[in-house]
Design a protein around this ligand. Structure first.
Ligand code: ZN
Length: 187
């Protein structure tokens, strides 16, 4: 879905816009980066990187798109797949200080994506996805579709809260640790 930037009038994909918390106006990334760089007095050139395709540990191919942004805490690059025209599937990001080189930051992100693709939180058992054991389950939380319960995305695959509940049930009697981690943190 394409939307219009309230500042320059450019027609851009919705995921390439930021809504300003101050006035509720929509900025395209160009206008947003310009605004932040003026506020902070820092030069910043948004870099558009070409999409790349990587293979995950299940043999699936995933095409990543990139977006670079200046945020109040530094330079940010995000990588994401597109699902129905919106960011989805595997996602990752890297954030570093204002003085960092954007190309170095991209290399950091590519290395991180490669590690992410190698990680396996799921295994197929009798035709259903189950959680690996022992091991760490890495995932992302998103709003469910019109429901109160979230959707859980593990290794780029979508599970409803009920499906995730069934996967956890096989660990009945076990204990768990739950750690919330920012998308730009690797842990
Ligand atoms: Zn704009």
């Amino acid at each position: 879905m394409k939307v219009i930037c309230d500042y320059c009038g450019a027609k851009v994909p919705k995921y390439e816009t930021v809504i300003s918390p101050e006035d509720g106006k929509r900025h395209c990334f160009n206008c947003f980066n310009k605004k932040i760089s003026q506020e902070l007095g820092i030069d910043f050139e948004a870099v558009n990187f070409d999409p790349i395709t990587l293979e995950d540990s299940y043999g699936g191919k995933h095409t990543f798109h990139f977006r670079s942004l200046l945020v109040p805490t530094g330079k940010l690059i995000e990588a994401f797949e597109l699902k129905d025209g919106e960011p989805g599937g595997y996602m990752s990001g890297v954030l570093d200080g204002f003085s960092c080189d954007i190309s170095d930051l991209k290399i950091k992100l590519l290395n991180r994506l490669q590690r992410l693709m190698k990680h396996k939180s799921l295994k197929m058992l009798h035709g259903s996805w189950t959680l690996v054991s022992p091991g760490i389950i890495r995932g992302r939380i998103e709003y469910g579709f019109g429901e109160d319960s979230p959707t859980v995305i593990i290794d780029g695959k979508y599970f409803t809260w009920d499906e995730f509940g069934r996967m956890i049930t096989s660990y009945e009697g076990w204990q768990f640790r739950l750690k919330m981690v920012d998308k730009t943190d690797e842990d």
